[in-house]
Design a protein around this ligand. Sequence first.
Ligand code: SF4
Length: 76
Amino acid sequence: MADKNDKVEGNAEGKWYVDETCIACGICLEFSKKLELDYDIGFCKVTSQPKNADEERGLTQAKDVCPVEAIGDDGA
Ligand code: SF4
């Protein structure tokens, strides 16, 4: 389970975030445009918080498929 105390630097402020257990596999990117792989730091991060149900659903799917449970929704 993702840990809000271990957020990747650069996540958009809010409830959705990626933590530092991310292994930069890129699978989540297929499910949400709110996620971006930052090759400089080697982690994925949330670029902006969802603004509607579709975007929320995409992040929920990304959270569900992440193999290391690095995506959290309890950040705020
Ligand atoms: S699916 Fe998980 S481990 Fe893979 S890039 Fe996304 S947040 Fe990181």
